[in-house]
Design a protein around this ligand. Structure first.
Ligand SMILES: [Ca+2]
Length: 402
């Protein structure tokens, strides 16, 4: 049976029950409890997806934190005219919104068990007399496909070599689109990138665009990260593709160290004596800038960045969180952003720095987190995975990397 047909038959019992006929915004059928599962932090009547400062290869960088995630993928459908090879993806593996016929359709929404912001890409080929948005529900798609009016095909791209020169080849394409409630914003979207002492001038971050789509006849809003991610090559050979992941390394101090680290005086519900060096993890403002953004975490990959080591996976906005625990007896030798301004004096600003300190015995062996830095368990499975798309310069082009 075609995969999308399975979807139409198997809506989870816990799902909101939208009236599929009215075309109203999804917010009209969501309860307050439903809304809590959507991305972003609500305060003062606004809802914002926060940003986190980290380091990559010696320089400060910024990612968004769109919540804990899984490697699960869900189905999204992009409507294109028969014969239009420039739809739905352009030559840079970004969504070609001006070529689409009507709005794309997403099979799931946040709060449903099998929702994922990583979408397996299905192309719906439509004839010349197809009017935009004729199909807005899975059941309608199934009927139109069965009647031969539209044709659904998987989008397969030849990903060739990745940035680390490893062969990937033809794979189904994943797109990273974050469904959000109306009015949700991305912190620092289009602002200046973090101040970087190595740059001669200030650069703006690429502004990630907001678009609309359909879920079961209701309009939904979404941020399309294909402008910075490009299409992602999935991994695994299971019945459906999994999202690729990279790694983020989070510094931890021990409260058994002497002198006792000042961050140990903050309330924290996490694991044992260990404290993450992170505003978010501690729900604190370590650097006193009025935000919960700073961290001394290290990302081991970045869009179009060749790490120079085959150990490192290429960039993915899905990060596996790994702990770097400083041995308490050498704690005082390591400077991090919990004691110095904005990390510019941190001893650990790249994965290379971190591995050197590991070799010197400053760190315990790195271990993948079983609970999030805030002390919360992951939503399913045993890995803590963050949905954390990168902020990149405004002129960034994801493919081909230059
Ligand atoms: Ca702060």
């Amino acid at each position: 049976m075609r995969p999308w047909a399975l979807l139409a038959l198997a809506l989870p019992a816990c799902a909101p029950t939208p009236d599929p006929s009215d075309g109203a915004p999804i917010e009209t059928v969501l309860s307050e409890a439903d809304r809590a599962a959507w991305p972003g932090v609500a305060s003062d009547g606004k809802r914002e997806v926060p940003a986190i400062d980290a380091f990559m290869n010696g320089v400060p960088v910024r990612i968004w934190f769109a919540g804990l995630a899984t490697r699960l993928t869900a189905d999204a459908f992009w409507f294109c005219r028969e014969g239009d090879s420039a739809c739905p993806l352009d030559g840079h593996q970004r969504v070609a919104w001006d070529r689409l016929v009507g709005l794309p359709m997403f099979s799931r929404i946040p709060g449903q068990d099998d929702y994922s912001p990583f979408w397996q890409t299905w192309v719906v080929r439509v004839p010349a007399d197809y009017a935009p948005n004729e199909v807005t529900q899975l059941r309608q798609l199934d009927e139109a496909a069965a009647a031969g009016r539209v044709r659904v095909e998987g989008a397969v791209l030849d990903f060739g070599l990745d940035v680390n020169k490893r062969y990937v080849g033809p794979r189904e394409a994943l797109l990273h689109c974050l469904l959000v409630l109306a009015g949700t914003t991305l912190a620092h979207n289009g602002d200046l990138l973090l101040p970087d002492p190595s740059l001669p001038f200030a650069m703006h971050a690429l502004e990630v665009p907001l678009h609309e789509g359909w879920n079961e006849g209701h309009r939904v809003q979404l941020f399309d990260f294909s402008v910075s991610d490009g299409a992602l090559a999935p991994v695994g050979d299971d019945s459906r593709p999994s999202a690729p992941m990279a790694q983020i390394f989070i510094n931890y101090r021990s409260c058994d160290a002497q002198p006792r680290p000042t961050i140990c005086d903050l309330p924290y519900g996490g694991e044992g004596p260990w404290r993450p060096v992170s505003d978010r993890g501690l729900d604190a403002d370590l650097d006193g800038d009025g935000t919960r953004e700073v961290s001394n975490s290290i990302v081991a990959a970045w869009p179009c960045f060749n790490s120079g080591t085959l150990d490192d996976a290429p960039y993915s906005p899905l990060w596996q969180a790994v702990a770097m625990r400083i041995r308490p007896e050498v704690d005082s030798q390591v400077k991090l952003v919990d004691t110095f301004h904005k990390g510019l004096k941190s001893n650990v600003r790249s994965i290379r720095d971190a591995r050197a300190l590991l070799d010197e015995g400053v760190y315990q062996p790195f271990d993948a987190l079983a609970i999030d830095e805030t002390g919360l368990p992951p939503p399913r499975g045993d890995a803590v995975l963050w949905n954390g798309p990168a902020q990149v310069p405004s002129d960034f082009v994801p493919h081909p990397c230059k």
